[in-house]
Write a protein that binds this ligand. Sequence first.
Ligand code: NAP
Length: 392
Amino acid sequence: MSRVLIIGAGGVGSVVTHKCAQVPEVFSEIVLASRTLEKCIRIKKQLDRPIEVARVDADNTRELISLIRKVSPDLIINVALPYQDLSIMDACLETGVHYLDTANYEPPDEARFCYKWQWDYHDRFKERNIVALLGCGFDPGVTNVFCAHAQKYHFDEIHYIDIMDCNAGDHGQPFATNFNPEINIREITQRGKYYENGRWIETDPLSVHSTFDFPEIGPRKMYLMYHEELESLVKNIPTIKRIRFWMTFTDEYLTHLRVLQNVGLTRIDPISFKGCEIVPLQFLKALLPDPGSLAETYKGKTCIGCMIEGIKDGRKKKYYIYNVCDHKACYREVKSQAVSYTTGVPAMIGAMLMLTGIWKAAGVYNVEEFDPTPFMEKLPVYGLPWTEKFIE
Ligand SMILES: NC(=O)c1ccc[n+]([C@@H]2O[C@H](COP(=O)([O-])OP(=O)(O)OC[C@H]3O[C@@H](n4cnc5c(N)ncnc54)[C@H](OP(=O)(O)O)[C@@H]3O)[C@@H](O)[C@H]2O)c1
C-alpha cells in the first residue's frame, strides 16, 4: 500500500498512470501532477478508479517541495522532461522521498547526455537514506535489465553489446516524432558515439548505418547513435570491449530531418523574431503533432533488444534478447502508442519493485545495478513479453 506522485502528463505519463492504476494493491493512492492541469484531468477521466491531480511547475523546486509536503508520497515517478530531473531530485532530497526517472538530465542550452550531473547526488541520497533509480524506461531501462539478465544467467564475460531499437509503425503523418519532439530531435541530431577498447569514438550524426532483420518486422536500416545507457553499462559491465546503440529511421524521415536542420529549425540557441526571443526547435515542437495524438491511428510494431557476445564456460557465445510491441494493442489497452507504452510499463515496474522493497538501496543507481530477475518476471505480466535467441 503506497502513495505515488507521478510528474508529467504527456505520452509516457499517461501510460504510467494507467499502469499504476491497474495495480491498486501496490499503488493504493495516485497523484498525477503536471504543468498543464487539463492534461492530468484528461488522463484521470480515462481511468476506472479515482486519482488526484495537481498543477506544478517542476522547474521550480520550492513549488515542488510544497506539493510533495501536501501529497506526502512514498515515491516520485518523474516522466516530465529531462530538464526537470535535478529540480525534482533536489525536492526529493529536501523531503526525503524516493525518485525514479526514464531519461537523464540535460541542460536546456546544451544537447548532451551525461549521467555525471545525477550520479553526483549519490552521497546525498545515501545520507538521506533514499534511492534514485535512473533511466527506468525501455532504452534506457529494459535494455539495461536485459544486459544484467544476460550477465547473470548466460555469460561469464560480456564483450560486445549492440542495442537495436526499431519502430516499424506507421502513424500516417508525413513527419512526427514518437516522444517529445524537442527531446527526440536533440537526441538524434547530436554526434554519434560508441565505446571500443577503452575509449569513446565519435562519428558524424547518423553517418554510420547497417541493416538488421528484426523479428516480426523484417530487415530495416538502422543508424548508429549515442544513447545514455552506453555510459552506465560501460561502468557497470567492466568486461565490455565494445558497446553501440542503433535506431531505425526511414529515408523519408531522414529527408525531412535534413531539410529542417538545413533551414535552422532544429537549432536550440535563441534567435530574435519580431522583438521576441524564440528557440527554433521549441517553435518546431509547437508545429509538429503531439506524439500522444498519433496513437489512435498508429499501426505496426516496435522491436527493441540487445545482441550480446561474450564467453561462457570458456566458449564463445552469441545471444539476442528482445521485445516486440504492437501499437494497436497498446491503444486498445491504455489509449497510447507503443513508444510511450514501452517506456511507461518499465517505469511502473521499477516503481513497484522499489515500493515493495524488492529493489532496496540508498543512493543513486541505474537499473542494471539491481537483481534483474524480479523485473524480468514482471515484464510479460504487465504487457512486455521478451524472447531469447541463442545464436552461437
Ligand atoms: N527511456 C525511454 O525508453 C524513454 C523513451 C521515450 C521517452 N522517454 C522520456 O520520457 C519523458 C516523457 O516523454 P513524453 O513523450 O511523455 O513527453 P511529453 O509528451 O512531451 O510529456 C512531457 C510532460 O511533462 C510536462 N512538463 C514539461 N515541463 C514541465 C514542468 N516544468 N513542470 C511540470 N510538467 C512539465 C509536460 O507538460 P505540458 O503538457 O504543459 O507541456 C508534459 O505533460 C521524457 O523525459 C523522455 O525523454 C524515455
